[in-house]
Design a protein around this ligand. Structure first.
Ligand SMILES: [Zn+2]
Length: 393
């Protein structure tokens, strides 16, 4: 039955691509409320049309609405969570410069890999799962702010992950198609340095140079990186001073820190909290903290990955799992103890880059895999799902 499912999906490629083109054309930069709102309305309408999905738009002051949809009868089974985001890193109008196009068995377009194609694959998987008689409770959450830190969606994601038996996350796969079972976390810190302004010619000694102070602090901050542990420190923004002839009274920078383990996250946080000024009269303030905690591989997640791999075997393709250097909302699911499989979305390359694309041949496989993952999911209290699946019926 599974190869039949795959064949049916292969025959519907044109229709999938037509729907995908519409989603890509509806641009969704994370900071454009109007654009986000109209995409959310479109998505909600599509979700309602999938077997009477019960859909809510969860509005918030900071960002566009988050979209939550539910299927399945009321039962004691814990729902399965499907999770994605619909915002992209691309500003409005990018579509005019980089229009949707297919060539060489690939489809291109802004946000197509991260993650409009993954979202559409999930919609198709839910529809097919329901058509095949699946009726376990499903919750789909699609947020509007993942590309800017998930601050307005975090509590929603955590709450849903807590009450669901597992989270299936629709971020792109690793470049070679593997799933993502661990991720580095990402923290954002802002360092504010205050000095004292003065005339740099007449009274330089009356001033305290905030830029000098910040530069010394940066040297210490960059030393917190530890390549052996994959802990990376990126000073991404710096600003300070007013004029070339004034001793600068203020300077600041923004630092992104990526860590593979909770232990490293704590080490960085405590080191930064101990920064003290080197120059008399200067002060140093550290703000910020983790946006996403690291997602460390757990036995429950490894079990899920083995199950997915067995299902892929049945469908006729190989599927491994690995580590991703970037963070995603899967990290929030893992942080509340949910077994989580990430990278279930599209396969391609160039996320956040001009050549962002998906590989067309992977679309049917990924949809079919999601359908089978929904069909074989078991409530958490029945223990880990079986590694061997009976010949995909
Ligand atoms: Zn993404």
């Amino acid at each position: 039955m599974a190869p039949e499912l795959l064949r049916a999906l292969e025959e519907q490629q044109e229709r999938f691509l037509a729907e995908l083109e519409e989603l890509v054309a509806l641009e969704t930069p994370s900071d454009d409320m109007h654009a986000l709102d109209s995409f959310a309305e479109t998505l909600a309408a599509r979700l309602k049309s999938i077997d009477d999905g019960r859909v809510d738009l969860i509005r918030n002051e900071a960002n566009g609405p988050h979209v939550r949809a539910e299927w399945g009868e009321d039962s004691d089974d814990q729902p399965v969570l499907l999770l994605g985001h619909y915002d992209t890193v691309w500003p409005l109008g990018t579509i005019d410069r980089l229009p949707f196009r297919t060539t060489d068995r690939r489809a291109y377009g802004p946000g197509i890999l991260d993650m409009k194609a993954g979202l559409l694959q999930a919609l198709w998987a839910i529809r097919i799962y329901r058509q095949r008689g699946g009726n376990r409770p499903l919750v789909l959450v699609v947020t509007s702010d993942e590309e800017i830190g998930s601050e307005s969606s975090r509590s929603l994601i955590e709450a849903e992950a807590r009450r669901c038996s597992r989270a299936l996350v629709l971020e792109p796969a690793l470049d070679d198609g593997r799933l993502k079972t661990s991720r580095r976390g990402l923290a954002r810190y802002r360092i504010n340095v205050t000095g004292r302004a003065s005339h740099s010619g007449l009274a330089p000694d009356a001033g305290v140079n905030a830029i000098d102070e910040l530069c010394e602090q940066l040297q210490r901050i960059e030393q917190l990186a530890d390549p052996a542990q994959e802990t990376a420190v990126n000073v991404g923004v710096i600003e300070g001073g007013t004029r070339f002839n004034v001793v600068p009274a203020s300077a600041s920078c923004e630092v992104g820190v990526r860590v593979k383990t909770h232990a490293e996250a704590s080490r960085i946080a405590s080191s930064l909290s101990r920064l003290r000024p080197r120059h008399e009269g200067a002060s140093v303030e550290v703000r910020g903290g983790p946006l996403w905690p690291p997602m460390e591989l757990t036995p429950a997640t490894a079990d899920l990955a083995r199950q997915a791999s067995a299902l892929a075997d049945d469908l006729g393709f190989e599927l491994g799992a690995g580590h991703a250097g970037g963070a995603s909302d899967a990290c929030h699911c893992a942080a509340v103890g949910s077994p989580v499989l990430d990278g279930l979305g599209a396969v391609g390359g160039g996320a956040h880059a001009e050549d962002e694309h998906i590989r067309l041949s992977e679309i049917p496989r990924r949809i079919a895999l999601l359908v089978r993952l929904l069909e074989t999911a078991r409530p958490a209290d029945e223990g880990a799902p079986p590694i061997q699946t009976a010949s995909a019926t």
